[in-house]
Design a protein around this ligand. Structure first.
Ligand code: ZN
Length: 90
């Protein structure tokens, strides 16, 4: 996916020879276009590591949305299920 800056598009349009009405229509159109936020990347804050026994239980915190989660999987989740942040491995 290619991401562009809404403000850069507006700045470019301001320097083109559009009528004021056309420019206003273009600016309103640009403001109404849905956006996506670039996916954040971070690492889990491990609050509690598994202590023997099965299933292994982790208690982790997402540093972006600050949600605390209990995880039973063998490996930590690749993405925060609350905010979608991609988690790297330490
Ligand atoms: Zn999160």
């Amino acid at each position: 996916m290619e991401l562009i800056s809404r403000q850069d598009v507006k700045d470019t349009i301001k320097h083109k020879p559009f009528s004021l009405i056309d420019e206003r229509i273009l600016m309103n159109t640009i403001d109404s276009i849905p956006t996506v936020e670039e996916r954040k990347e971070s690492e889990w804050i491990i609050l509690k590591e598994p202590t023997g026994g099965l299933p292994k239980r982790w208690r982790v915190k997402c540093p972006v949305c600050r949600k605390t989660l209990r995880i039973r999987d063998k490996e930590l989740w690749e993405f925060c299920p609350c905010c979608g942040t991609k988690m790297g491995k330490k």
